[in-house]
Design a protein around this ligand. Sequence first.
Ligand code: FAD
Length: 491
Amino acid sequence: MATQDDLRTALSPICIVTIPSPDSKTHDHISRWSNAAIALPHAIVTPTSIPDILSTIAFASTNGLKIVPATGGHGSFIPVNRKTIYLDMSSPAFKSISLNEEKEEVKIGGGVLAGEVIKELATKGWHTLTPNSDAVGMVGALLGGLSGATNGIHGFGIDHIKSISIVPFSRTSPLPDPEDHGISNPAVLTLTPDSKGEEKSLFNALCGAGHGLGIVTSVTLSAFRLSALCMTDNKIWTRRLIFPAAAIRTAVKLYIDLLPPPPTLAPVLVFVRAPPSAPVPDAAMLMLALSYFGPAGDAELATRTSFEDEYVEMASMAVTGATGWGEMNASSAPMNAHGGVKESYSAFVKEMDGESLVRAFEAWEAYSSGEGRGRTYTVFSAWDTEQLLRNVGDKDEKFFPARDRGVFVQCTPWYADVEGKDDADRVGKEIVDATREKDRSEGRSDWGFANNLVVGGDLREVYSGEQIGEVERVRGVWDPKRVGWCPGDGW
Ligand SMILES: Cc1cc2nc3c(=O)[nH]c(=O)nc-3n(C[C@H](O)[C@H](O)[C@H](O)COP(=O)(O)OP(=O)(O)OC[C@H]3O[C@@H](n4cnc5c(N)ncnc54)[C@H](O)[C@@H]3O)c2cc1C
C-alpha cells in the first residue's frame, strides 16, 4: 500500500495536501456546517488542475479510499472518516463564473458557492437558479435537485442544466481507454441533455441523484435577465411579519391562505427563537417572509390578506420593503453558521391543513426549549408547481419524483453533540409526520429531499425503486471501484 507521502508526490507542488496526524482534531482540518458523520479524513487535497484530480482518483482507487469532493461543506449526511480523501474544490481553478449573454447561460466552476453566483450575475443584471443560502455549493445543490426561490417561475435547477463537465471516478488517466458501453474517454467528459448511451444515463443521474458519481469541474445553467421580471426598481418586493407563539393559529391561517402562491410569490414560514438582541430573547415565534419577483403593485395584490387588520394586529412586527437581487439570501445567513450537530428532516407535501401546522409548531417549541437546542428551526416554503410539471416534457428523465408537491417542510434540530441524535430523529419525524397527514389520508406517498437526507435516512423516501436501481447501475458503469460515496452505500 502506498504511503500518504506518495499522495503528496503524485500531485503537483502547488496542490495543497494535508495529512492530519491521528491525534489532531477534525475541526483543525475541516469546517463543515454540521458535525454529523464527520471524523478525521485520511487526507485533505486541494486540486489546482485536472491532472491533480486524476492523480488523486488513481491514488484512492489503488488504496481502497473514497473521495468526497467538497465545496460549501453544507452536506451534513456525507460521511467523512479515515478512509476518505476530502477533495477541497476551493482553488481558483474551479472558481470561475462566466456569463454568456448571447447564449443566455452561465458556466459555473465546480467549487463555486451560491452567493458568489448570485452576486456576480446580479451586478450584470442577470440571475440563474440558485439555492436559498449563499454558503451552499452550487454543484452540491444541483446534485440533489436545487430548489430555490424561483421554483414557481423556472422550476428546479436540474431542469436548466445545459451541460456538466465531470471527471468520473473511472478516469485515472487522460489517455483513450476503449471500453464497452460506447463511452468516449477524455479525462473530462462534457455531458448534455443530448448526450447518448451511458453518457446520457450519467447526465440524468447527476440531475438529482448525483452524489458520488465523479468530480464536477463545471456546470452550465440557463441565465435570465432580471429586467424580464419587471420588478419595481429591479428589486425583490418583500414583506415580513413576526407573530408571537400565542398567535400561532393566526399565523398559520394566514400562511395557508397564501397557498398555493402565484408563480412569482415565494411565501416562507419559519418557526424560530428570538435572537439574544430581541426584546424577549429566546422567545418562540413565527416569521412569515414573503418575496415577490415582479412589480410591487402585483405583489401587494397577491399578498393582500397579509395587510388585513386580523393579521397585522396580531403581529409583533409587519414591514414591507425591497431587496436587491444580490442580497436575496441575506436574511438566511444565521442558518449558515458552522458548528454543533444539525440535520434536516424534510418532506415535499401537496396538501396541508392548519391543525397539522399547529402540531408541528408545538413539537418544535417543546424540543427547542431544551438545553443547547435553541437554534433549532423549522421552515415551510411553497411554490406554484405548474412550471416544475411543465419542465418534464414527454418523459421525466430527472431524479426528482415530487414535482406535483408545492410545499417543502424542513425541520432542523440543532444540538450540541451526536448523543442527541435519537431525540433529533424523534422530533424531526414528528414534525414531518404531522405535515404529511393530509397527503397520507389521500393515499399519496411520502417524498423527502435528496439534498436534505439525514444520516441513516431511507432512500425510498427520495427516489422510486426504479430510480434507486438505475443509480446503482450507472455507478457500476462509471465507478466500478466505488471510489465515490453515494447514499446507497449507507453510513
Ligand atoms: C443552511 C442550508 C441551506 C440550504 N438551502 C438549500 C436550498 O435552498 N436549496 C437546495 O436545493 N438545497 C439547500 N441546502 C442543501 C444543500 O444544497 C446540500 O446540502 C448540498 O449538497 C450542499 O452542497 P455543499 O457544496 O455546500 O456541501 P458539501 O458538503 O461540500 O458537498 C455536498 C455534496 O456535494 C458533493 N460535491 C460538492 N462539490 C462537488 C463537485 N465539484 N463535484 C462533485 N461533487 C461535489 C459532495 O461530495 C457532497 O456529496 C441547504 C443546506 C443547508 C445546510
